[in-house]
Design a protein around this ligand. Structure first.
Ligand SMILES: [Zn+2]
Length: 150
């Protein structure tokens, strides 16, 4: 039976970003988890998690909605916390990660899914977070600028 849930599977074209498809970016969805849908679990490198959190800083995210989204696995809203004197709201906004072949779109909640629910995203995403342009780099800033103003 096909998934009736509106949330995309990992590595599926992220259809919620039609503007990005027009620009030729067509990001792949990662980490849009919800209850009653299985997801892969396992260890992830500490460096990956640290770098992923940097992508979740407000300066590096794309705004999506006015109010924070709750954990898709049933924890409720994730309390905001401070990093580098900035407040991180997991559940607010999305991140974009530039890989060698693809751009990935993920909810900021992905950090919560990984650290609290043992979610292990696909290797190409982990590789892109570790080896792609860092948040704040010229390439990543340019991508966000294009998407925010596009
Ligand atoms: Zn949760």
């Amino acid at each position: 039976m096909a998934q009736r849930n509106r949330l995309p599977e990992d590595m599926a074209l992220y259809a919620a970003a039609p503007d990005e498809a027009v620009l030729g970016l067509a990001p792949l969805a990662i980490g849009f988890l919800r209850r009653n849908a299985p997801f892969p679990t396992g260890k992830t490198p500490a460096l990956f998690r640290a770098r992923l959190l940097d992508f979740c800083l407000p300066a590096h995210t794309l705004p999506t909605r006015a109010s924070a989204e709750a954990c898709g696995l049933g924890c409720g809203r994730v309390p905001p916390f401070l990093l580098h004197e900035q407040t991180i709201h997991l559940g607010l906004g999305e991140i974009r990660v530039i890989g060698g072949d693809d751009i990935f779109a993920a909810p900021t909640l992905i950090y919560h899914y990984i650290t609290e629910h043992n979610y292990r995203p696909p290797d190409p995403f982990i590789h892109a977070v570790l080896n792609g342009p860092a948040p704040g780099s010229p390439e990543h800033r340019a991508l966000l600028h294009t998407l925010r103003t596009g």
